[in-house]
Ligand binder design. Structure first.
Ligand code: RP5
Length: 188
């Protein structure tokens, strides 16, 4: 599991003692550079999660077993990242009613637009919540899972509110980073 500077030992310890609530799965280890951004957020919030490669086309039987066991295991959400044809999120969703949050991973030739179109275009009846291509999508899928869990956990809701407030302060401080063009002689 990767670590980020804002991840505290407390949140990591809390996550270790809980039953797994969120699955982070991906089609290949080559997706991990993107999907670790989901893992970072879940770790920051102390959510117990697992990270696994469950390829739809290279290990379809394992994928079905994972989806079929998800509800019984108590998973609240499955964050599924895939690139290219990107059928993993949709196929998982076909085999479970646990919400699937799809993350389009950037692909080599089409930069993830193929992954996005594949994941977002689920026919009516089997929903996959689809996020942005790449690291923003992975992070937001994890924040979405946190928001889902916060519905029945006021302490987690407070941590999510605090996260938003910190983010707002960082954005407000950004104006100070803007450098103005100067005319010759150094006057603005
Ligand atoms: C998909 O194929 C994976 O999700 C990955 O994004 C893509 C390429 O996989 P590798 O060839 O890098 O293993 O199944």
């Amino acid at each position: 599991m990767s670590t980020a500077p804002h991840i505290t030992p407390d949140s990591q310890a809390a996550a270790r003692t809980q039953a797994i609530q969120v699955g982070v799965v991906m089609g290949s280890s080559s997706d991990w550079d993107v999907m670790r951004h989901a893992a970072d957020i879940l770790t920051e919030f102390g959510i117990a999660f697992e990270a696994k490669v469950v390829s739809a086309h290279r290990m379809p039987d394992d994928m079905f077993r994972y989806a079929e066991a998800a509800a019984e295991r108590g998973l609240v959400a499955i964050i599924a990242g895939a690139g290219g044809a990107a059928h993993l999120p949709g196929m998982l969703a076909a085999k479970t009613t646990v919400p699937v949050l799809g993350v389009p991973v950037p692909s080599r030739h089409l930069q993830g637009v193929d992954s996005l179109h594949s994941i977002v275009q689920m026919p009516k009846g089997i929903p996959v919540a689809t996020f942005a291509i790449g690291t923003a999508g992975a992070g937001n899928a994890a924040l979405f899972a946190v928001a889902m869990l916060a519905g029945s956990n006021p302490a987690l809701r407070a941590r999510l509110d605090a996260f938003r407030a910190r983010q707002t302060e960082v954005a407000r401080a950004m104006t100070a980073d803007l450098t103005m063009p100067t005319t010759e002689g150094g006057k603005a």
